[in-house]
Design a binder for this molecule. Structure first.
Ligand code: 3PG
Length: 419
């Protein structure tokens, strides 16, 4: 038992059926839908390997695709192929989650077998909108179809999805109430390392907020500023664009309409309030870059193109941010600085990542796209810690008790240590 939660050391899994929630949600290559990065699959291997080697019948559950962008949900079939290659043993995929086909497959598992169910977010019960609008508590989640149907087939629930520990959804927070539950090896590692950082961070703490996950960023920003976890916040990516719009800076027709078309306009008001209260701690891009016919173009904010999306921070901003990074004690990165996938707009992300790698600061990087970028620039080993998590990592660092951690603790209270 660690932090009031059972670990895999507390259980003998031989011959037992284990529902194991992992987070294999990975960036995808467009338009084929193949995985662009397999880091999250690799990070899940120790838990899966251990379960299989100790003779468990392992049933893997994961989501694929952002919870607020249901249009990008995809099957988990490609994940099973990569898993099988890495583990060098079959990880069987079934295109069902809790219907008769899935239940039959679970019942036919032999000791050591591994089965991957389809994307749990194909179920309406797993959507965050559902979760936030209806405010399902853990008891309600335990009554959902997924939990009612799958829990009776299993002996244990292992949660290794630290990256989704901020989501109060049935596949994560419903099972611990009805099955003796443990955290998996990755969950345990993340929890232990991040708790250490939380207790004694080297100051000043700089948070870099970039990328496109606006909803998460604006949920978390107030928390890290209010709790004092962040001494300084460097904004870039879409987060930076929203901040600039909150200052009434025009970004050009293409970038502005992108924000409104994706229903992100509402965050401009939140950004205004944040700037009003914590303005001295929040830095904004001073210049910008974009791609034109494959070439990098740079300019001042007022030179924002009308027909092109802003794709990166400019050189002046890079220089200011690099200096702050150099003087930081701890640096936390959530989201890339720009569209690093194309050469013309990769400079911001690459330069900041390199500055962090060179600095003496304790550096933590999280988020699916950030990890893809770090792999692209060959800097994975240069960071003090690369977390498999994005949103849940920042929420954890803001001191919030994450719903899944709470659910696992309740499970330990209910079922005691081991079994
Ligand atoms: C992530 O990518 O941060 C996790 O997989 C959680 O995904 P979500 O933010 O779509 O819930």
């Amino acid at each position: 038992m660690k932090y009031g939660i059972n670990t895999m050391d507390d259980i003998d899994y031989e011959g037992k059926t284990v529902l194991c929630r992992v987070d294999l949600n990975s960036p995808l290559k467009q338009p084929q839908g193949e995985l662009a990065d397999d880091t999250r699959i690799r990070r899940s291997l120790p838990t899966i390997r251990e379960l299989s080697e100790t003779g468990a019948k392992t049933v893997l559950l994961t989501h694929q695709g952002g919870d607020l962008e249901y249009k990008n949900y995809r099957s988990t079939e490609p994940h099973s192929r990569i898993f099988s290659e890495l583990l060098q043993k079959p990880v069987t995929y079934i295109d069902d989650i809790c219907g008769p086909a899935a239940r039959d497959s679970i019942s036919s598992l032999r000791d050591g077998d591994i089965l991957l169910l389809d994307n749990v977010r194909f179920l309406a019960e797993e959507l965050t909108l559902f979760e936030t609008k209806l405010n399902l508590n853990f008891e309600d989640q335990a009554k959902t179809l997924l939990v009612r149907v799958l829990a009776p087939l299993a002996d244990y629930f292992v949660c290794d999805a630290f990256a989704a520990a901020h989501r109060s959804q049935p596949s994560l927070a419903g099972f611990p109430l009805v099955l003796p539950s443990q955290m998996g090896r990755l969950f345990e590692e993340e929890y232990s390392i991040l708790s250490g950082i939380l207790q004694e961070p080297k100051r000043p703490c700089t948070y870099v907020f970039g990328g496109a996950k606006i909803q998460d960023a604006f949920l978390i920003l107030p928390a890290v500023l209010q709790s004092g976890a962040a001494d300084l916040v460097l904004t870039c990516g879409l987060v930076g664009h929203i901040m600039l719009m909150a200052k009434d800076i025009r970004l050009g027709a293409a970038s502005e309409s992108f924000i409104y078309k994706n229903s992100l306009g509402e965050y401009i008001q939140t950004a205004k309030e944040l700037l009003c209260e914590y303005g001295a701690k929040i830095l904004l891009p001073q210049d910008i870059a974009w791609e034109q016919d494959g070439v990098r173009m740079e300019g001042e904010l007022k030179a924002a193109p009308q027909d092109k999306l802003i794709g990166d921070i400019g050189s002046q901003t890079i220089a200011v941010y690099e200096k702050i990074i150099e003087d930081s004690g701890t640096i936390f990165i959530n989201g890339p600085a720009g569209v690093f996938e194309q050469a013309a707009t990769e400079l911001g992300t690459k330069s900041l990542w390199q500055a962090i790698a060179k600095s003496g600061a304790f550096s933590i990087l999280g988020g699916g796209d950030s990890i893809t970028a770090v792999n692209k620039f060959g800097l994975y080993e240069c960071f003090s810690y690369v977390s498999s998590a994005g949103g849940s990592l920042v929420r954890f660092l803001s001191g919030e008790e994450l719903p899944v951690i709470k659910a696992l603790r309740l499970s330990a209270e209910k079922y005691g240590q081991g079994r």
